[in-house]
Design a binder for this molecule. Structure first.
Ligand code: C5P
Length: 432
C-alpha cells in the first residue's frame, strides 16, 4: 500500500463543529455550564463570551475549565485584538448560540447596537445565530420584546421558544430557559448529526474519511436570499362547520422550507391548515383560504425565489352561509362554486415576480406532458411534477420530475426531506 501518498492526519480528519456561546446576564446563566458539558460530550468544541452582567452569575473560571478554552469578556483586550479579533472570534464558529439571551441583549441585537464584545461580534458575524431567551414572564410578553423577537426572526436569527413554568422571581408563565438538553438537541439539529455519529460510534473510524472539508459557505449557499414557500391545502368554507379541502399534508412544502433555512435562506412559509411543527429558522404565516394565501404571498414580497407547493383549492363556495345549512328533505342544497385565483400564475405576472419561480403539479397520468403545458400556462420557470396516483398526498415519499424550459429530469422515489434537499441544492446551483 502506498502509505506515502496518504494525506496528513489533520487533512483527512473531519474538523469538529465549533460553537461560540454567548452568556447573557440572568439567573438562568448557571445552566450554561451544563450546556457546555453537553456540547463537549457531543464531540463539538465551544468557546465562551461572557457579558458583564453574565459575569455576575457565572465566573470566567468555571466556563474556561468546562470549555477548556479561554473565556472572552471584553472588547478592549489588546491581546485578543492582536491574536483573535472579535470578527475572527465569531467567524471561526459554525454556530453562535446566545444562552441565556436576555431581553436587553435581544433588544440591542434587534436595534443593531454594538457596545460590548457580545453585541459587537453579533453585528459582525456571518455565521448562523441561535438565541435562547430567558427572562421574567412580563418582560417576555412585553410588546417591545415581542417586537424585537419578530425583527430578529425576520433578520434570520433562530429564536427558541422559552419554556413555561415557575420562575426564579416567583411568577409563573413563559420565559424560562429551556433545559440544556433541549438546547443541545436544537444545536445538534442545526449542525447535522455527523459529528455526533462519529463521536458516539466509538469505532475510531470516521465514515467521512477521505471527503474534502467543506468551505463554510458551501453549507449556506442561499445566505442572503429570501425564499417564499406555500404549503398544505386550503380550506374553503361552505358554512360555519363545512369546507372544501384536499388531502395535502404540507409535508413536502415544510421539508423544503427546512432545507432552504438550512441552506442559509431567510424563509417565509405560507401554510394552509396542517398539523406540522414550524421548521427551525422559518417564519411561518398561517392561512386558511386561497384568498388569504394569495394576500399573504403578496405581503411577503419581494422574494428571490418562490416555491409554490400548496395544493390550493381550485374552487370556493360562491357565497358562504353564516349559519349551518340545514337538510331539506331528500335533495341536497345546491352548491355554487367560484374559481379561486391562481396564486402561482398571478405571481408570474406580478411586477415583483421572484427571479426563480417554481410550481408543483400533482398529476396522475402523462406527467411530463402535463407539466410542460403547465410551465407555459402558469409562466413559471420550473415545474416539479409529482405522481399522486399512489399515497403521495399525506405519504412520506415522493417521486418527482423537474421540468424546465430546457428539459426535464426524473428523480427516483425518495423520502420527502431528501426531495427537499435535492431541490434546494439544484436551486442553489441555478442561482450561483
Ligand atoms: O393548476 P394546478 O393546481 O395543477 O397547479 C399547481 C401549481 O399551481 C402548484 O404550484 C400550486 O401551488 C399552484 N396553484 C396556485 N394557485 C391555485 C392553484 C394552484 O398557486 N389556485
Amino acid at each position: 500500500m502506498a502509505l506515502g501518498l496518504l494525506a496528513p492526519k489533520s487533512e483527512w480528519m473531519v474538523k469538529p463543529k465549533h460553537i461560540l456561546l454567548i452568556i447573557g446576564g440572568g439567573i438562568a446563566a448557571y445552566k450554561s455550564s451544563e450546556l457546555i458539558r453537553l456540547i463537549r460530550k457531543s464531540g463539538m468544541t465551544v468557546r465562551c463570551v461572557l457579558t458583564e452582567s453574565g459575569a455576575q452569575f457565572v465566573t470566567p473560571m468555571t466556563l474556561a475549565a468546562l470549555s477548556e478554552n479561554e473565556v472572552h469578556t471584553t472588547l478592549w483586550s489588546l491581546k485578543d485584538e492582536a491574536e483573535m479579533g472579535h470578527i475572527q472570534l465569531s467567524r471561526e464558529a459554525d454556530l453562535v448560540v446566545i444562552c441565556p439571551a436576555t431581553a436587553n441583549l435581544l433588544a440591542k441585537m434587534a436595534g443593531g447596537i454594538a457596545d460590548d464584545l457580545a453585541t459587537t461580534l453579533l453585528l459582525a458575524t456571518d455565521t448562523r445565530v441561535m438565541a435562547v431567551p430567558a427572562m421574567n414572564v412580563r418582560m417576555w410578553q412585553h410588546a417591545a420584546t415581542q417586537r424585537n423577537i419578530a425583527q430578529l426572526e425576520a433578520d434570520g436569527i433562530i429564536v427558541m421558544q422559552p419554556d413555561e413554568g415557575a420562575m426564579a422571581c416567583g411568577e409563573f408563565g413563559p420565559g424560562r430557559l429551556p433545559e440544556p438538553e433541549a438546547v443541545m438537541a436544537e444545536i445538534s439539529a442545526l449542525m447535522g448529526s455527523s459529528s455526533l455519529a462519529v463521536q458516539e460510534s466509538g469505532l475510531g473510524r470516521n465514515p467521512l474519511d477521505g471527503q474534502p472539508a467543506f468551505a463554510p459557505d458551501r453549507h449556506r449557499p442561499l445566505r442572503g436570499k429570501h425564499v417564499l414557500i406555500t404549503a398544505g391545502p386550503t380550506h374553503e368554507p361552505i358554512d360555519p362547520v363545512r369546507y372544501i379541502a384536499n388531502r395535502s399534508s404540507g409535508r413536502q412544502g415544510f421539508a423544503i422550507a427546512a432545507a432552504a433555512a438550512d441552506a442559509g435562506a431567510q424563509v417565509t412559509l405560507i401554510a394552509g391548515p396542517v398539523h406540522l411543527a414550524t421548521p427551525t429558522g422559518v417564519t411561518r404565516v398561517d392561512v386558511e383560504t386561497a384568498l388569504e394565501m394569495e394576500k399573504a404571498v403578496h405581503d411577503a414580497l419581494p422574494a428571490d425565489i418562490a416555491i409554490m407547493v400548496a395544493a390550493v383549492a381550485d374552487w370556493r363556495a360562491d357565497s358562504q352561509s353564516g349559519q349551518k345549512i340545514k337538510k331539506k328533505g331528500a335533495a341536497p342544497a345546491p352548491l355554487k362554486l367560484t374559481e379561486n385565483p391562481d396564486i402561482l400564475a398571478g405571481l408570474a405576472r406580478h411586477p415583483q415576480r421572484p427571479g426563480l419561480l417554481i410550481g408543483f403539479a400533482a398529476e396522475t397520468q402523462k406527467i411530463a406532458e402535463h407539466a410542460q403545458a403547465k410551465l407555459a400556462k402558469k409562466g413559471c420557470d420550473w415545474i416539479v411534477a409529482n405522481d399522486v396516483s399512489g399515497d403521495v398526498m399525506g405519504g412520506a415519499n415522493n417521486s418527482v420530475q423537474i421540468v424546465t424550459a430546457t428539459g426535464s429530469e426524473i428523480w427516483e422515489q425518495l423520502p420527502k426531506p431528501e426531495v427537499a434537499r435535492r431541490l434546494i441544492a439544484k436551486i442553489s446551483e441555478e442561482i450561483s
